[in-house]
Write a protein that binds this ligand. Structure first.
Ligand code: CA2
Length: 154
């Protein structure tokens, strides 16, 4: 099915706190800065972005289902649910869109419980450890993927 030139940007629990706490791990940028970065990047290629953040697992599942009907790809930082959520993994499996998983920090250089991602095996790919620049890299990567597969409307 042809999708509109639209990306969903989905951020999970506590990412609404970005820039307000823990700058040593997550930097000084706010969630609004992340949204602007992704929108500006997508705009360069004629894509629009629908943005969503929630602290609630089921709401994130709902948003993945909505993306399947309305978008051509998803950029997602599932935050702590990365490491725990079979529900989010099943949702990514259930939709037919490419999903790029982003982490601001290098999860592999942190506590062992952050080394495993439930979503990575069902995602298109994972970008970790580049701070919020990872969101721009994810937008570039997913747009290239969408364009190469001709998944979007003209
Ligand atoms: O590095 C990432 O992007 C993470 O997804 C961030 C999650 C963490 O649980 C993952 O292991 C890695 C935590 C997001 C919490 O964000 C905060 C931001 C500012 C202050 C406090 C929390």
């Amino acid at each position: 099915m042809m999708a509109a030139k639209r990306l969903f940007l989905i951020n999970g629990p506590n990412l609404n706190m970005l820039g307000k706490r823990e700058p040593g791990t997550y930097g000084n940028a706010s969630l609004a800065d992340v949204v602007k970065l992704v929108k500006d990047t997508a705009w360069e290629y004629g894509y629009e972005v629908e943005e969503f953040q929630s602290n609630h697992e089921g709401d994130l599942v709902d948003q993945l289902h909505k993306a399947d009907m309305q978008a051509a790809g998803v950029i997602m930082n599932p935050a702590a649910y990365t490491h725990t959520s079979i529900a989010l993994r099943d949702a990514v499996s259930a939709i037919s869109l490419p999903v790029v998983e982003v982490h601001i920090s290098n999860i592999h250089a942190r506590e062992p419980f952050r080394h495993q991602s439930m979503l990575a095996p069902v995602s298109q790919g994972q970008i970790v450890g580049f701070g919020i620049d990872g969101y721009r890299l994810a937008a570039l990567a997913i747009i290239k993927k969408i364009e190469s597969e001709g998944r979007h409307e003209k």
